[in-house]
Design a protein around this ligand. Sequence first.
Ligand code: GTR
Length: 413
Amino acid sequence: AHLTNAQAPEPVFNYDEAKVGTYKLPNPLTSNTGKPVKTRADWENRRAELIQLFAENVYGQTPKQTIKLRFQTTAVDSSALNGLAIRKMVSIFFVDYPQVPSIDVLLYLPKSKKVAPVFLGLNFCGNHCVTTEADIPLSTRWMISGAVGEAAVNNRNGEPRATEKFRGMQARRWPIEMIIKRGYALATAYYGDIEPDHPQGWRSGIRSVLGDTTKADNWGAIGAWGWGMSRILDYLQTEPRIDSKRVITIGHSRIGKAAVWAGAQDDRFAAVISNESGEGGAALSRRWYGETVERINTSFPHWFCGRYKTYNKNVANLPVDQHELLALIAPRPLYVASANDDQWSDPKGEFLGAVNAEPVYRLYGKTGLGTATFPALNQSVGQTVRYHDRTGKHDVTDYDWEQYLRFADELVR
Ligand code: GTR
């Protein structure tokens, strides 16, 4: 679903490997002043520099102030999913900003007495769409149209809202029973709770009260969604059934971009999973293939900071590239996944993002991906950093989850 504009020619994208051309990636192990980064202590300083560079040039600054949160449990079912799980619904309120909508968290927990590691991921179409369980309230918030192949229906004010048809429509992407049976919890919330995904969406979300819209490095929607993930983590740290040292953040596509940026900034996340995050996520920006910086900034002007647009025709001047974002996850486990029919996300560019994060993992005595050879289809490769390119389209499938569960069993548990 790419936006078209009848007046202006659409900024180009490219599916021709021969046209990718050459590019030189910035070295994550060279400081802003040109000094080589040799030790972990050097890297900790460099890490802070890189976060700042991504904030100034790509995603915008994440506000640093701690804001007062109130967690309110709205429902508990100790026999959800036919008795398999405990289900909780918890709303996160912003005490000093009552006008900002709550983040409504849906949490499924295994019934075991042990604390559970948890996958935390935002969803595209409301908590009611990740499961067919009928007692999940239908989200009343602004709803993206077409996200589940269903059109949202306009309310009286002409704003799109979910209908009953949305219920369970993305349940296939959230194999909750499989996750629970493997001993993990799942926490999710609707990304539109944090910010509705359109250019004016910031006016009703957290960016209406935090940040500074006059600045070229004011945060964008991706920054806000990532910030929201950290607030859900704040809540999970108070949940006695959760092992809050084992929170794995996962995200698909635009939400994958947010998940990686969240994991890069907030090292309380134990591991990060990027499912087809593509441009502005795991894929190298300098590799001119699939979606491009210019294209994404044109289709989705609200996702990144204003300054990012100055690189539209000038990607070589970006002081960072996305392998450095992935390197910010080090030494924590990272999974980068692509799909072969999703060339828009540039599988090879995502793979090369992971490959070029290697030196930072090495600094910690870890093997990252440990290979620079693009794997065969449906083959999971790597060590602390893993990668696969599965067959099929832009989606989250059982195949993807099977790899993520194995990755979590081996590296997070
Ligand atoms: C596309 C966008 C991608 C990706 C995707 C999605 O239209 O160009 O960058 O974010 O949407 O979120 O599904």
